[in-house]
Design a protein around this ligand. Structure first.
Ligand code: ADP
Length: 499
């Protein structure tokens, strides 16, 4: 077992990489080209393993398998309860391997091991169970029509689904996408991000052990412009669900439009505001503001990267916030005292440091952090900028790192206007004891989820997704199940009915 800090290095080294090949039609296979790519440990900047590199030909094979499993296989035809039973078994297998999977996400993505073990991995199993419970409750309506017709609707699985997912929550997002699609009876080709293929391949193995039939869940690691683009432009995929950057989301939608007009849902970037009012408990508010931006090292699309504080408490708020930011421990994700691990890779690490330089050049004031941490690995200090103006790059762009932009406001109207002054609309936070302020602001903010006196409070029963350029379609909740279903109306004449 893993406890004291002295054993964490040993534990990190123990992690054995069992699965490095593509998972197509129930088998681990090499890529058609025979090519592989390196996956890097962001703690050490060293290669963890070489992974088979999927490209167009591999996506074609995976789509053939998924198409066959959908058109002729048992999965969509099973009673929902049976799909649910297999999904429950899949969830139990995850629970039996929590530590091993949490360790994979820690070395592949730099995620805190303790967090993975307590939240991400058990949460992945719970998400499967949530949708397993829905698999036998999918039904349509009887229609009462205006003419002499009898009709009803069937809710049918949409077919072959392509999932393209990012690297920031390799486990949570995998199951956010796969679970409702499986419950609906769809078959799947999933491309994990090139930075984080390890846990996805492990899940493919568990799916097979649970009894998910061959071809139902295919996992094809590879790069975006090759394997990813092959999914979004494929003629035989019925729907593509993408989570990632707004730029790539646009490319995915274009490719879908230019190929077979497959349905699209997009969960994209954010620049979410947290609005802290004068009546807030400053201790709680500083905790939430900091948590909102350093959670998962800021690699969260819902990160509260713009923090607006009302002028009456601003000075006191800043003093407490800076004290707390400076006390955070940035260290190896296996170290139980670590609050923040390394950024996922060199590209992201450099991108964040470039934004920090921009902030300095644009005239914002650094109150905490502002540098890389002086150890091996992609570690960045939690960084707080004050005196930020809304037209500065650091206030407008998604940085995807532990970087907060602090701004001051006077009135509620001003706060709402500032909150909405973004092309994004994923999340918003409101910290106040005044119910009327909370209600007014939550209705006025154009964002897919509003957290009042909390942040990152996600649950599988709580749909979330974007307004504006943060995308469309919802993950989680019963809304996400609807994404993988389509409605068929069945109509027949009915004569001489008094009704
Ligand atoms: P980030 O910039 O944060 O790495 P991306 O949006 O680039 O996020 O990546 C999210 C996912 O999209 C990854 O799986 C990546 O491989 C994939 N991807 C990148 N480019 C494309 C593309 N042109 N078409 C399809 N998928 C892509």
């Amino acid at each position: 077992d893993f406890n004291g800090s002295s054993s964490f290095q040993a534990f990190a080294k123990m992690t054995e990489i069992k699965f490095t090949k593509l998972f197509i039609n129930g088998e681990f296979v090499d890529s058609v080209s025979g090519k592989t790519f390196e996956t890097i440990d962001p703690r050490t900047e060293e290669v963890i393993a070489r992974i088979a590199e999927g490209d167009k030909e591999d996506i074609d094979l995976a789509v053939k398998a998924a198409r066959h499993a959908f058109d002729h296989g048992p999965w969509p035809r099973l009673p929902g309860a049976e799909r649910g039973r297999i999904m429950m078994k899949f969830a139990d297998l995850i629970d039996e391997n929590i530590e091993e999977i949490a360790a994979l996400d820690a070395i592949d993505a730099g995620k805190l091991f303790a967090m993975g073990k307590a939240v991400d991995i058990p949460g992945a199993a719970q998400t499967l169970r949530y949708y397993a419970g829905a698999a036998d409750k999918i039904h349509g309506k009887v229609l009462k029509m205006t003419r002499e017709l009898h009709g009803y609707t069937l809710r049918e699985p949409i077919g072959v689904v392509g999932h393209i997912i990012p690297w920031n929550f390799p486990s949570s997002i995998f199951f956010m996408k796969v679970s409702p699609a499986l419950a609906a009876g769809c078959t799947i080709i999933l491309k994990p991000a090139e930075q984080t293929p390890l846990s996805a391949l492990y899940y493919a193995h568990l799916a097979k052990m649970a009894g998910i039939p061959d071809g139902v869940l295919n996992v094809v690691p590879g790069f975006g412009p090759t394997a990813g683009a092959a999914i979004s432009s494929h003629m035989d995929i019925d729907k593509v669900c993408f989570t990632g950057s707004t730029e790539v989301g646009r490319a995915v939608m274009e490719a879908a439009a230019k190929s077979n007009l497959k349905q699209v849902s997009l969960e994209l970037g954010g620049k979410s505001p947290m609005l802290i009012f004068d009546d807030a408990d400053i201790d709680k508010a500083t905790d939430l503001a900091l948590f909102g931006v350093v959670f998962n090292k800021g690699e969260a699309c819902v990160a509260s990267s713009r923090v607006y504080v009302q002028e009456g408490i601003y000075d006191e708020f800043v003093i407490k916030l800076v004290q707390k930011a400076k006390a955070l421990v940035v260290a190896d994700p296996f170290d139980p005292t670590s609050n923040q691990g390394p950024q996922v890779d060199k590209t992201q690490f450099e991108k964040i440091l470039t934004y920090i330089e921009h902030g300095k050049r644009e005239g914002a004031t650094i109150l905490a952090g502002g540098n890389r941490v002086d150890i091996k690995g992609y570690y960045i200090e939690p960084t707080i900028f004050a005196d930020v103006k809304e037209d500065m790059l650091i206030a407008k762009d998604e940085i995807f790192g532990p970087v907060m932009s602090l701004m001051k406001f006077k009135t509620i109207e001003e706060a709402i206007k500032s909150a909405n002054n973004t092309r994004y609309g994923l999340a918003a936070g409101i910290i106040t004891k005044d119910l009327n302020v909370a209600n007014t602001v939550s209705r006025s903010v154009r964002a897919g989820i509003v957290w009042i006196n909390c942040y990152f409070a996600l649950d599988m029963d709580c749909p979330y997704g974007g307004y504006k350029m943060s995308g469309f379609g919802r993950d989680l909740g019963m809304e996400a199940l609807d994404k993988y279903l389509q409605v068929k109306s069945v109509v027949t004449p009915i004569f001489n009915s008094p009704w």
